[in-house]
Design a protein around this ligand. Sequence first.
Ligand code: DPP
Ligand code: ZN
Length: 893
Amino acid sequence: AAVIHRGDYSAPAFWIDTVDLSFDLDPSKTRVLNKMTLRRNPDVQAQPLRLDGEELNLARVLVNGQGTSFKMDGNQLVLENLPEGNEPFALEIFTTCVPVKNTKLMGLYVSNDSFFTQCEAEGFRRITYFLDRPDVMAMYTVTLRADKAKYPVLLSNGNLVDSGDLEDGPNGARHFAKWVDPHKKPSYLFALVAGQLVAREQRITSRAGKDHLLQVFVRPGDLDKTEHAMNSLMASVAWDEARFGLPLDLERFMIVATSDFNMGAMENKGLNIFNTKYVLANQATATDVDYANIESVVGHEYFHNWTGNRITCRDWFQLSLKEGLTVFRDQEFSQDLCAEPSARAVKRIEDVRVLRTAQFPEDAGPMAHPVRPDSYIEINNFYTVTIYEKGAEVVRMMQTLTSRKGFERGMKLYFERFDGQAVTCDDFAQSIADANPGSPLANLLPQFKRWYSQAGTPRVAARAEYDAAAQTYTLHFNQSCPATPGQPVKEPLVIPVSLGLVGAASGAALPLTLDGQAVGDSHLFVLTETSQSITFQNVVEEPVPSILRGFSAPVVLDFDYTDAQLLALLANDPDPFNRWEAGQRLALRSAINSIAAPADSTGAKPLNDAYVDAMRAVLRHPTLDAAFKELVLTLPSETYIAEQLDMVDPQRIHAVRETMRMQLATALHADWEWAFTVHENNGGYRPDPVSSGRRALAGMALNFLCLAATHSGDEIWPGKTLQRFKDAGNMTDRFNALQALVNCGHALAANALARFHALFKDEALVLDKWFALQAGTSDRGGQVLPAVRQLLAHPDFNLKNPNRARSVIFSFCNANPGGFHRADAAGYVFWADRVIELDAINPQVAARLARALDRWKKLAEPYRSAAREALARVAAKSDLSNDVREVVDRALA
Ligand code: DPP
Ligand code: ZN
C-alpha cells in the first residue's frame, strides 16, 4: 500500500461548486445520480480530472449532457477530454451500490432496516465518484426517494425544501424528500438517513434572537432515553455562544442515533449521526459515566459545527486542527458546566488519566506520530489519542500561554481570517499568537509549534536547592524527549510549568517572590531551554515543590520526592491535580518496588502504613468531595504501571496490584463500611457531578467490601451487595453492585449476572455492559479467556456490530492485561484469530484491535516471543486491509 506524505500536498486541479445528488434507496441496489458543476482551478497546471470511487458500479458519465470517454486507474475514474478554459461545466455520474452488503460501515449502509452514512474520512467515495478530499467544498442539494412504509423519515444536511408522494413502485407507495444545505462543505460532512425513526423536538431561541429546531431521532421505543441528549445539545448551543460568541448557523439541527457505528459520533453538517451509546440514557439503563460521556460527545460534535465544519482541514494531516481543538472545547464545556470548582478539578484529573494511560503508551510505541503527522498509509488509523487528546493539550497550552481571554481573542481572529476555508494547524496557531502580541506564545511561536511536529512524550527532570540562610529556593529543570520512529533527534519544546511551594512543616501555601516581586502563590514558569533554573526569594521554610499544577503540559515529570514530601502534598497542596498526583506517585512507587522484589517475597505487603493511613484520611476527610476521594483511592492502572517499567511482566503487575487492592480492602475495612453507609442513599436520581461522585464512592466501597469478604469468608457484605443489586433504583448503583460481586469472583455473581441479562435482554447497550463486565473482570488463574470464548458463542453476540464486538473482544484484549497476557500464549492466539476474522468484516474496527499488542517489545519472556509470533501470523496474511497491515507492520518493524 502507498505511503501518503504531508509534504506532497498540492491543491486540487478542479473545484466542485455544486452537487445535486438523487438517491433511489434500496438495500440491495441503491441508485445514485450525481450532477456536479466543476471548473478548473486556475492556479494549478491543466491536468485530467481524477475522481475517487470505491466499490461502485458505474453506469453513465455525461459532460455537459453528452457522453464522454473515460478510463479507470485503480479506484479512480479519469476524465481527460474536458472543456478547456475556466468556464464551469456540468458533470453527471450515475452509479449504484449495495448498502446491505456494506459491513465496513463506511459510505452508505443498512442498520436495523434503516439507511445511514459515514463519510469521514474517505467514505463519500463509496457513495459516488468525487474529489473526496476536505479542501474541495461544495454546495449540496440532495433528493431522497424510498419506500414510504419502510422509510417514512428521509433526512439529509440542511433544510427540507420539498417532500411528497411519488408514483407507487413495484413494492408499494414511495415518497421523496429534498434537502438543501445552505453552507458549502467538504464531502466528508455529507450525510443521509432513511428509516423508521421518531424524534424528540425542541424549539430554541438564540441570544441573538434567532429561532432553531433541535431534533434527536431514535428508533420507536427509545424516545424515553433522549432527554439527556437534548439537554446536552441545548447546553452546548448556549455555551458556544456565551464562551466563544459562536451561534448556531442552521435553522434545524438534527442528531440521529444508530446502533451500528464505528466511531462515537460524527459531526455531519446539521445532521450529526451518533452511536446509540452516546445518545440513549435513562436512569434505569445508563450509568453516571454514560451520562457524562453523552454530555461531552454531544458537545464535541456540536462544537465541530464551527471548529471543523465552518473552518475545516486542508488535508488529513491537519486532522488535529479540528479534533484537538474540539476535544479542548468539549473538555472546557464539561468543566464550565460544573457548579463546583472541585468538580472541575475532577474532570481535569479524568482527562489526564486518559491521556497518560492511552496516549503516552501510543507516543512511546510503534504507532507514535506527531500531532500533525508527516505520513500515513491508512488515514483511519490516525484518529488517535495523539491527534485528539495530545492535540487538545497543545491547544490548552496555547490558552495557558495567552490566558483565557487571550485565547478567546485568538479564536475570534481565527474565524475572521478563515471562516469558510480549509486550513492548516499553522494557520490556527498563527491566529492565536497574532491576537496576543507580547504573550509567551507569540514570542515563542516557531519553537512552540514543535509540539505539532515532534512525536514522543517529553520528560522534565527537576531538582531543588534550598538555602535556608539566604531563604532562596532554586528549581533546576532539564527537558528531553525520547526518539520515536523516524525522529531520532528532538529539539527543546516550550513547556509551561505551573508551580507553587508548600511548606514542608507547616503545610501552608507559601507566597512566591521572584526578582523581588511578590507573584502570588502560583507561578507559570515557561521552560524553553534544555536546562533552565528559577530561584524564589524570601522562602521562609523548606518547601515541597508542587510542579506542573493542573498538568500544565503533557510531559512526564521526574522529581525525586521523598515519601514524606508526597504525603505533605497529598495532605496540603491547594492544587487538586497535584494532590491527586502525589497519591498516585506513592502508590506507583510501592507497586514498582514490589514488582522488583524477589518473587518469593510476594507475601510482603506492598503498601506501607503511612500510605494506608493517608488513604484513610482522604476517605474520611470532612470537606473533600466524594468524586475526588474516589479518584485518589483508585490505584494506578496495570497499563499505567507497565508504562513505567523497562521490562513488563503483566502477570507480576497484575498480582502486585491485586495484592495492593486486597490490602486497601482489609486495612480500611471499617472505613469502607463507613463510606458505604454514608454515601449509599442519594435521594432521587440526578446525574450531576456531586451525586455521581457519591455513587462512585459507594460503589468503590462495595467493591472493596466484597473483595475483603473473599479473604475473611464474610457473607454479610456479598449478601447486602446482592440485595442492593436487586433493589437499585438506577443503573449506576445496580451495575456497581453487580461489578462488586463479579470482580471478587463471589458465588452470588452467577445468579446476579443471569438476573441482569433477563432484566435487560432487549436493551442492547445494557447487554454490552453485561458482556464487557465479564470479559474485563479481574483474572484469577486464567478463568477469563474460557469465559470470553463462551461469550462469543452466546446468542446475543454479534461480531458485525462494533459495540458488541468491542464489549467482548476489546474489553478482554485491550483492557484486561491480567487476563490477556497469558504464559500459555492463548490470549495472543485468540487475539490473532479475532483480528483476522474482523478484518474481513470491518477493517477499521479490526485495526483498533490490532493495536492491543503495540507494546509487545517491552514484554518479558515468554510473553514477548509469543506476542511476536501472533503478530507475525497476522502479518503473514496476504489479503489484509491497509488498516491492519499498517498497524502490524509497524509493530514488527
Ligand atoms: N466522529 C469523529 C469525531 O467527532 C470524527 N470527526 O471526533
Ligand atoms: Zn471530533
